[in-house]
Design a protein. Sequence first.
Length: 359
Amino acid sequence: MSTQIQILRFQDLFDRDKYHVFNRVAVENDVITDTLTTIHPSQAKSHYIFQHDRDSTESPESLPSLPYPRRLNWPGLLKYAYPGILTSHLSSQGHQQSLDVICKVVSMSHNNNRIAHELFFYKKLEDLQGRKIPECFGMFEGQINGERVECLVLEYCGEPVEDFRTTSWEFREELVDIVHELHARNIHHGGLYKENILYRQRLEPDGATASIEAPLDGKHIEPVLINFGNASLEFECDAMKTNQRIQLCVEEPQAKDLIGCQQLLRFARSISAWYPSTFKLQKCSVPIELRESPIEQLIDAVKERRYYSDEEIRALDVNVIEKERRQALERYDKWIRTWKACEKYSDGSQVPLHEVSTL
């Protein structure tokens, strides 16, 4: 949008003649309140069209239907977000500009500054808006059905990731770069789950989105990180201090070489950044290099990694161990096939979900 929004008007889709006027709320950059409160707005089943005008005294013109005729099923606070169309009436230019948006509408009686908290981080990351995170159009305050509510208006960027194993390495590399950037700025996102990571059609060099006919593969999509409701400042990332980065498409590092940040470590594992260097045997992690070793050598390796009483040692059955090894290696090989399914699409294209699920 070419102008800053000051007035936001809601057209109720159940009563087309009914509008709600919201005013922009100014939030100081140094004001932040952290909370983990879950929001349950009473108007969760309503849908609205969103409109802002330069002249807020005029009646809104007729607006198009919602592009997404349903309430989005997002986790946490975001499941109370509404799809809508933000329409800017620029009378001096003689035309309208429209943009699909998500509006997070919450009751002020339950809010506890959660919306202001998230707005704070969108302001801190303003240079990433529209690229790595959604563009934020501000926070607004008003009434719906007599209840005071607040609203955060965000650019609609796409749908959440279903399974990281279906994403290309290029997609994951870009996502890792976003998370590294946050940690370099001492920001902890607090919710690096697939539900908070969206697919968005990749922008062309001129800033335009890819053709609508373009396939949703790694050549035409990019990650967008959303939901800063649990984000925190003054986060010290040990990995950033030593310039450690998540390396993709490699064997999981040994314990002594693991990334020095627990948040990055969990994130790397959640996006299947590495393939495993061990397999499970007798509740122990045995190096994959021993997969073809004689059974006696395997038993010795297990004994080194787990305490056994004399009675347990006598009870160890070679045939049972051999069967357990075979089953463990079948699981390991299945995981590797899944991993390589992404590897063969390293040109940037996306792995079909049905191919992963049948491995």
